[in-house]
Design a protein around this ligand. Structure first.
Ligand code: PEP
Ligand code: MG
Length: 561
């Protein structure tokens, strides 16, 4: 009998091969007899030597690779020689604790600190634990832990992967990566995207997969199937290869198989690289220009003139098309020196997005002036402006009135909208849609706030998943309001980049999908395979699913995929 377990898919693709688990050392006892006084300094030296060897090995490997792989190896190497960590270990040894136990205790302390800091810091705990295991292996004179030495294709299983594990994976041998922990932004995900290896994270029941057993990994719905008929599994892999070939051939614009147009746009930041990449790619326009990314490193607010130049550069390439600006979304995971409060106990629920205009009213006014002046210079591009994190009707009214004032003052035709990222806005959506020209669903935050789960937490990946029934229900509610009231509803969160979810969103009534430009072909090719009726059937099918796995499964059946 076949068994199927589910996780959060990160990289599409299907693979069938034996499962191999990453070697992890058994950690020794946490306590050991105290060192004699005269043994302590030599033990500190031995520890420092082992930590340096680990760093040297990682740096040596970094020098033989490039891109993000080299970056993550270099970053891990720096952790092995991090002054605060090595000092903590050395102090413990000087108190008589043997090096192995001192490394374990110091690491445990740093892991707690990183987890308390949350977000990206919390994701670095995997890297630190990896450094711990490597240093302990050297202290004990055993080989460094890591991926199995395989000569035949395999599927890599792990609790979580460290950057050092994944950096040099051979995609010809490693057919897929599946991990019990990890989130969509963990190193496992970053590296598997870079290598194009199918990847599923947060597979809670992964422990059920036995070493050496053949499994079918399917990134389409995040499923892992054991004890499956080998011919059926190989057929699924062949079918997926065809999909990849279709994606490579797809050139747009996007339509369903029965000719319904769907606008596919790019998410960009106002740095020339991402705008140029989007423009030379398959995007029809820009669906989310994250203006804050240009502000993040600025100590003081850029002047209106500086902003105008930057916005004009962003608008200029898109004649005959549209650019959707999002006003400054400062705060929480995107702190901006001059626009966020320095210390908030709970910044994700704090003064972020449009709320920063309370303490800093001029920042938004200046930004709107700069966008308007840039729009005046490029009248052939449609300029839309939306505010992030809107949660009350007066906020929406006020924002729209500011944009309308600019239209009069500068003689430009700007559309005014809001992002729907807070459940409050989705709940009262009809009233919001009435006020604005358009809305755009920020599904990353909408999911985070609906599920009360940090979108960056590696431990909460299955909660912070837009396929969860609750965010799906809110997304549907918003899309239906747009259809009913005749206003465009876009999606600009990561959900838009998931080809199967994109079909569900179209079925719900979403009119445009905005994503990293590299994801457009995958989404466009998938939409081309299905009819508008199938999309609607998928939107209906996910209603009533109890979890993301079931929702994906139901959508897949309805779409005939
Ligand atoms: C979102 O929340 O979905 C979104 C697009 O905004 P950001 O990811 O920049 O918070
Ligand atoms: Mg957001």
């Amino acid at each position: 009998m076949t068994t199927t377990i589910y996780g959060t898919p990160v990289v599409q693709g299907a693979a069938f091969a034996p499962a191999l688990w990453v070697r992890r050392p058994e950690l020794p006892a946490e306590t050991a007899p105290a060192l004699a006084l005269e043994a302590r300094e030599p033990e500190v030296s031995r520890f420092l030597e082992c930590a340096n060897t680990v760093a040297d090995n990682l740096l040596n490997r970094a020098s033989h690779t490039n891109g993000q792989a080299a970056e993550v190896l270099t970053m891990t190497a720096s952790m092995a020689t991090d002054r605060a960590w090595t000092k903590d270990v050395s102090t413990r040894i000087r108190k008589g604790i043997p090096a192995v136990q001192a490394v374990m205790a110091a690491t445990a302390r740093f892991v707690v600190m990183f987890e308390t800091a949350g977000g990206v810091m919390a994701e670095r705990t995997t890297d630190l634990k990896d450094v711990r295991d490597r240093v302990i292996a050297h202290l004990q004179g055993t080989p460094e832990p890591g991926i199995p030495n395989a000569t035949e294709p395999f599927i890599l299983c792990a609790d979580d992967l460290s950057p050092a594990d994944t950096a040099e994976l051979d995609p010809h041998l490693c057919q897929a990566i599946i991990t019990q922990l990890g989130g969509p932004t963990s190193h496992t995900s970053i590296i598997s995207r870079q290598l194009g290896i199918p990847c599923i994270v947060a597979v809670r029941r992964l422990g059920e997969i036995a070493e050496g057993s053949f499994v079918l990994v399917d990134g389409k719905d995040g499923s892992i199937t054991a004890d499956i008929d080998h011919d059926a599994a190989r057929a699924r892999v062949a079918e997926d290869r065809e999909r990849a070939e279709k994606v490579a051939r797809w050139t747009g614009p996007a339509t369903t198989s029965d000719g319904v147009r769907v606008q596919l746009l790019a998410n960009v930041q106002d740095a020339p690289t991402s705008i140029n990449a989007a423009h030379s790619g398959l995007a029809e326009g820009v669906g989310l220009l994250r203006t804050e990314l240009a502000f993040l490193n600025a100590a003081i607010e850029p002047s209106v003139d500086e902003q105008t130049v930057s916005y004009a550069n962003a608008i200029e390439p898109w004649k005959g098309s549209k650019v959707v600006f999002r006003t400054l979304d400062a705060g929480s995971d995107k702190p901006v020196a001059y626009a966020t409060l320095p210390e908030e106990p709970n910044p994700a629920l704090g003064v972020r997005g449009i709320r920063t205009t309370g303490p800093h009213p001029n920042v938004l006014q200046n930004q709107l002036d700069a966008i308007s002046i840039a729009a005046m210079a490029h009248p052939q591009t449609e300029v839309w402006i939306m505010a992030p994190m809107v949660s009350t009707i007066p906020e929406a009214r006020w924002f729209v009135s500011l944009v309308r004032q600019r239209c009069e003052e500068f003689g430009v035709n700007l559309k005014a909208g809001i992002m729907i990222e807070v459940p409050a806005a989705a709940i009262l959506i009809d009233q919001f849609v009435d006020i604005v020209d358009f809305v755009s669903l920020g599904t990353n935050d909408l999911t985070q706030y609906t599920m009360a789960s940090d979108r960056l937490s590696p431990d909460l990946a299955e909660y912070a998943d837009p396929w969860q029934p609750a965010p799906l229900a809110l997304i549907r509610r918003v899309a239906e309001a747009g259809v009913r009231l005749g206003k465009p509803v876009g999606v600009c969160g990561e959900a838009a980049a998931d080809p199967m979810l994109a079909c569900v969103l179209v079925g719900m009534g979403v009119t445009s999908l905005s994503m990293a430009s590299g994801a457009i072909a995958g989404v466009g090719a998938q939409i081309a395979e299905v009819s508008a009726d199938q999309c609607r059937a998928a939107a209906d099918a996910v209603v009533g699913a109890v979890d993301p796995g079931e929702a994906r499964h139901r959508a897949r059946l309805a779409l005939g995929l």
